[in-house]
Design a protein around this ligand. Sequence first.
Ligand SMILES: Nc1ncnc2c1ncn2[C@@H]1O[C@H](COP(=O)(O)OP(=O)(O)OP(=O)(O)O)[C@@H](O)[C@H]1O
Ligand SMILES: [Mg+2]
Length: 427
Amino acid sequence: MSKEEEWQDDLAKFVKDKFGINPFPDQPQPQENKQEPAPPPSPEFHFKFDYTPKQVKEHLDKYVIQQDDAKKVLSVAVCDHYRHVQRCHREKHCGHYSKQNVVLTGPTGVGKTYLIKVIAELIGVPFVKADATKFSETGYVGGDVEDLVRDLIHKANGNLELAQYGIIYLDEIDKIASMSQQSGKDVSGTGVQRGLLKLMEETDVPTKSPLDMASQIQSMMEMQQNKKKDKTINTRHILFIVSGAFGGMKEVVRNRLRQSHAGFGAKLSSVVASSSKLLKEAKTEDFIEYGYEPEFIGRLPVRVHCEELTKKDLFSILKNSAGSIVRQMQDAFAAYNVELLFSDDGLHEIAEKALHEKTGARGLITVCEKTLRDFKFEIPSSEIKRFVVNKQLVDHPDDELKKMLENPSYSEEAFWAEQLKQRDVKK
Ligand SMILES: Nc1ncnc2c1ncn2[C@@H]1O[C@H](COP(=O)(O)OP(=O)(O)OP(=O)(O)O)[C@@H](O)[C@H]1O
Ligand SMILES: [Mg+2]
């Protein structure tokens, strides 16, 4: 084989491995790598959605504690949207419909992202989450808004039909409002809003990024061989959910309420005084004042507010949520055949400590992780087979671990006593 033939062979192998096509169709092919072609995708794709808002809310209740208003509003919006999508999917044409894109407001760690994740899992549609701050007007700080749509295709394992029914979740949306910038009008934030606006309404997005060299080479080769045309995906049925903490918004709402009361010489209402209720009162005009283009906020008609979580809520998340960190901790120890129980006083103590973290339910993970860190290290290689996380252990983890390691029956007794107690409660 000549040098040129060798080079051609190597290149053909590389392109075949990487893109699955033969760049020199007239030449004989190397014999290795002869693989069966992948089976063609199923020609019929069925999209089925037959939940009612109550069923969606009941499912959310298993995972998300509190946030009843948010759960109701989201259940209705999601059912409206996906019943419409289903109609369009079946009948191949659909009447006029205004999409129920959502703005979620509320402090950190209270379940905003979690709500949407649980909903997407229930419906079985792909879900993409990104921070609005990674985009800039012209595309690259870290990405182009259209990449969000292409990410949906990845999440749908290349199924374009499923991808066009996905959910795009954009966090930190408050950071692309022009008011959130210190130095006057923020042009870049407004530019990103315009880019998103197009996506939220309806546009065709190429499935291959114009900035991704590998996909562009693949496209060119496919076109040369007259195999396929470039594909696009339409965003008409993609549900957009944006969220943020909207710290500065309280002031905007307070000012509006103050002004509207001033004319009547009335006293400030309790709403104006209580800052926790202010975000719930936010109207379109407040979002515009905050720094959104009217066209942008107008395409997000559903507004949902998530409340701050109390200590009682945090306890309930630990005890009742199907996605509780407690189960995760139990699974981690079960991997070493160690049984773990949490007593109620232990859970209350974890909730109390988590409240001081001021990061919502995320504080629960921090506290559990910190409390049990040394236990995770020591116990798998000790004689201990079961123990209880109680108030004493949460308050003094080092002392308790020492006692357990010195005398394994210390933890056994506490474990069986706690198990009896929990059985009695269940009866
Ligand atoms: N209300 C809740 N019920 C049950 N679990 C919750 C709740 N809120 C938060 N969690 C737990 O805390 C984790 C973090 O919450 P989530 O990601 O939803 O926060 P967020 O509100 O989106 O915050 P941020 O504004 O910082 O993005 C979730 O994965 C979930 O395990
Ligand atoms: Mg979030």
